[in-house]
Design a protein around this ligand. Structure first.
Ligand SMILES: [Zn+2]
Length: 159
């Protein structure tokens, strides 16, 4: 067995470019999403006026979390860090942002490799369907998606 080298990338991605989440079994506010894709895209352009207080996904301000994550990622990159170390650095930097615990957690979950938003090889959502749905409902414009590239340790090339 070859031990591949894991190389993580942070892709700043427009939310409209993400696949629409499917098969959400909870919470109730998301299972009721039976709108066809086009209507959900319209929802993204014209998000609900008021914040939804129905669940932890909708209570989170994902524009704040995404934009903070993107800004702090740039700071980490400026320090010469990339990939997993850059994500870990963001979760350190965010403690100086004056945010609440839930906002700090939301930022960290976008940039670290513990529980990131990821797409599968088939282009569908691998992790983070609920967060993406909440972002669509809130009209969030862009967020951070993690991508894992496996490198052959002998050649250093992607597999
Ligand atoms: Zn909800």
């Amino acid at each position: 067995m070859t031990a591949w080298i894991e190389q993580w990338h942070h892709d700043i991605t427009p939310v409209v470019d993400l696949p629409l989440p499917r098969e959400l079994e909870h919470p109730a506010c998301m299972t009721r999403h039976t709108l066809p894709g086009i209507q959900r895209r319209i929802r993204q352009r014209y998000p609900r006026a008021s914040a939804q207080d129905c669940c932890t996904y909708h209570r989170q301000d994902w524009t704040l979390a995404s934009e903070t994550a993107i800004r702090l990622l740039a700071a980490a990159h400026a320090e010469g860090l990339t990939g997993e170390p850059a994500g870990d650095r963001v979760s350190e930097l965010v403690t100086a942002e004056g945010l609440g615990a839930e906002d700090r957690h939301a930022v960290a979950c976008l940039v670290t490799t513990v529980d990131p938003i990821m797409l599968g090889d088939d282009g569908d959502i691998n992790e983070g369907r609920h967060r993406i749905q909440a972002m669509i409902d809130q009209g969030v414009t862009r967020t951070v998606v993690l991508r894992l590239v496996l490198l052959d340790p002998a050649t250093g090339l992607a597999t």
